[in-house]
Design a protein around this ligand. Structure first.
Ligand code: PLP
Length: 363
């Protein structure tokens, strides 16, 4: 069986180093907001090229706290892609703000900058972009629009750790970025984790309090905050794994390039890289076909595991039944046709060859 993602193998590569990190947390006797989190925050800020990084419990909280930190709430509108993982949208709803969906570019699957302006109203406060599947959005165009209308730009970087656009890492291309360290992400902990990156001193300061009950100083509460912290033990794991992130992304890129150069079945649409090779970190490799479930079954019979990111578009979810009558045809088409094939930093090239052969034989 060629697994979609061999997470166990990904982490076992660094077993000894990870165990040393975990042991040092155990030895320290300090488990929340200590030196591991502080060190990881500083190392990840350096990596992304931002002034600040603030650890959180997960990316949904990170996004939610950025929106709240900017005072965006009741009645405010936030532009967000119609083609994304639901968390990007939930973060807006959690602040009682209104998510305004914008259709993707059918080639990149990322938000289509040319469709943003028509959705801006006097109530629009921010554009939340998602670097979907690992590919950086067209930030030049998006930042231009934001500047023209005086909007904040927030990046959802949960799938794009380390992607470089216009010589800068994602998370440093806007007002603030949100990262997920969910185990399956390009940089994954051994449990949930997240972070915010920003160059905005006052936002960083507010979020440091918001994530910790609204408090900078123990038992003094400035805001009605939440408890959303990155744990010491996960920070120790992430410090180790961060050292290998670029190498891992380049291994993903090798597989992706092999796929792009060798899959030649006319029934399949391959992903499109808009900018350059470093702008995509291949969190997933998504192909499209009109016969998605047939292809998935066929691959399974050949021992190849696949997943769908994602089967139901956000506006068709029960949680958003208020959108049931709205139509986002590009997003719907993408959700109907996509299939994610195996890719990971531990995938052997022979497995990639077997995947290519199977795909090229598909009739
Ligand atoms: C995984 C993911 C999230 C949520 O991350 P969590 O850490 O699980 O909360 C948000 N947005 C996107 C695009 C994701 O892929």
């Amino acid at each position: 069986m060629i697994p979609f993602l061999d997470l166990k193998q990904i982490n076992l590569r660094h077993q000894n180093e990870l165990l040393r990190g975990i042991q040092s947390v155990l030895d320290s006797g300090w488990y929340i907001l200590g030196k591991e989190v502080e060190a990881f925050e500083s190392e990840f800020a350096d990596y992304c090229g931002t002034k600040h990084c603030i650890g959180t419990a997960n990316a949904l909280d990170a996004l939610e706290l950025i929106i709240r930190g900017y005072g965006i709430g009741e009645g405010d509108e936030v532009i967000v892609p119609s083609n994304t993982y639901i968390a990007s949208i939930l973060a807006i709803s959690a602040n009682n703000a209104i998510p305004v969906l914008v259709e993707p570019n059918i080639l990149t699957y990322n938000i289509d900058p040319s469709r943003i302006e028509e959705k801006i109203t006097p109530r629009t406060k921010a554009i939340l972009v998602v670097h979907l599947y690992g590919q950086a959005c067209n930030m030049v165009q998006i930042n231009e629009i934001a500047q023209k209308y005086n909007l904040k730009v927030i990046e959802d970087c949960a799938q794009s750790h380390g992607a470089i656009y216009a010589s800068r890492r994602v998370g440093s291309l806007s007002d603030a970025g949100a990262f997920s360290f969910y185990p399956g992400k390009n940089l994954g902990a051994l449990g949930d984790g997240g972070a915010i990156t920003t160059n905005d001193d006052s936002l960083a300061n507010v979020i440091r309090a918001l994530r910790n009950y609204g408090s900078h100083k123990k038992y003094e509460n400035l805001y009605k905050g939440v408890n959303s912290r990155l744990d010491e033990i996960h920070a120790a794991v992430l410090r180790t794994k961060l050292k290998y992130l670029d190498e891992d992304n380049s291994k993903r890129r090798t597989i992706a390039e092999y796929y792009l150069n060798n899959i030649n079945n006319r029934k399949l649409t391959l992903p499109f890289v808009e900018e350059n090779e470093l702008s995509h970190v291949w969190h997933v490799f998504v192909i499209r076909t009109k016969e998605r479930y047939k292809l998935q079954q066929y691959l399974l019979e050949r021992g190849i595991q696949t997943l769908i990111h994602y089967p139901i578009p956000p506006h068709k979810q029960e949680a958003y039944k208020e959108w049931a009558d709205e139509s986002y045809p590009l997003s719907e088409e993408i959700h109907r046709e996509i299939l994610s094939i195996p890719i990971s930093p531990v995938m052997p090239l022979v497995d990639a060859k077997a995947v290519v052969e199977a795909l090229n034989d598909f009739q």
